[in-house]
Design a protein around this ligand. Structure first.
Ligand code: GLY
Length: 258
């Protein structure tokens, strides 16, 4: 599992609640949005990461979900073309921030669309979700770029699933040849031969966990999953994600880690 040293995050804006969501969990409280973001940043720093914190841009209420704007390998960056029209301009600020760290850049070109939330790196293999945000053209462009950089990839079609927005709403790579996965995806042929930690259906939201160096960040309030992970020896840090869940976001969405 690669060790991360850096992360890019973006502060939520005052119009955060105007962003996209498919769920009906109520209106986010801005005080809690900001407090949860602050705690998230503080935990990433505790995991050893140096953070670049970008300011909010009122044109992009979903802009805090920076993960969707890029796919990062250790020595190359792919700037995405988010599948929601309202989010496509978010990539400009991220491209600028990544210039300090990367010299090799590619971008997903129209008619391709791709959200980073659909991309799950599993060591030298990458799972690419085909979703309502990531289309076949975007997936093919990414697969080609990955091949050039020595990575293999496979697609996982989630377009028929109402339960998740992005592939990483339903899976997380834990390292150690192990995948956290929701029941609905557990039998997918792309995951054959990988040890799976299956998330109980009533804790599905918690599948969006992130391994950050020696820790696994998990959403707070999902004790069965946390116990499963701890039994496997993972050092879990639980974060309250209530206000991000309301906007269809999770732990992975809030940062670009590299
Ligand atoms: N609110 C996150 C998204 O729908 O893109």
């Amino acid at each position: 599992m690669s060790q991360f040293t850096q992360a890019i995050v973006r502060l939520p804006g005052s119009n955060y609640a105007d962003g996209l969501t498919r769920v009906d969990l109520g209106v986010p409280s801005m005080a809690r949005v900001m407090a949860q973001h602050e705690r998230y940043c503080s935990v990433l720093r505790d995991c050893g990461l140096e953070l670049t914190v970008l300011q909010a841009d009122p044109r992009y209420p979903d802009g805090t979900f920076v993960e969707d704007t890029a796919v990062l390998l250790p020595d190359a960056a792919m700037i995405t073309r988010p599948g929601a029209d309202s989010r496509q301009g978010e990539v400009i600020a991220i491209d600028g921030a990544l210039r300090t760290h990367y010299s090799s850049f590619e971008r997903i070109e129209a008619p391709g669309t791709l959200d980073g939330g659909d991309i799950c790196e599993a060591d030298r293999h990458v799972f690419i979700g085909l979703s309502h945000r990531t289309n076949e053209e975007g997936a093919a462009q990414l697969a080609h770029w990955l091949r050039e950089h020595g990575y293999t990839s496979s697609t996982v079609d989630i377009r028929g699933m109402d339960s998740i927005l992005h592939l990483k709403s339903g899976i997380a790579w834990l390292g150690d040849h192990r995948l956290l996965v929701i029941e609905e995806l557990a039998d997918h042929p792309a995951f054959a031969g990988i040890e799976q930690v299956v998330v109980e259906p009533d804790e599905m939201y918690a599948a969006n966990a992130i391994r950050v160096n020696d820790h696994v960040l998990v959403a707070k309030g999902y004790p069965k999953l946390q116990a499963q992970l701890e039994a496997l020896g993972y050092d879990c840090v639980a974060l309250d994600m209530s206000e991000y869940a309301k906007m269809d976001g999770g732990l992975s969405c809030l940062s670009l880690r590299f």
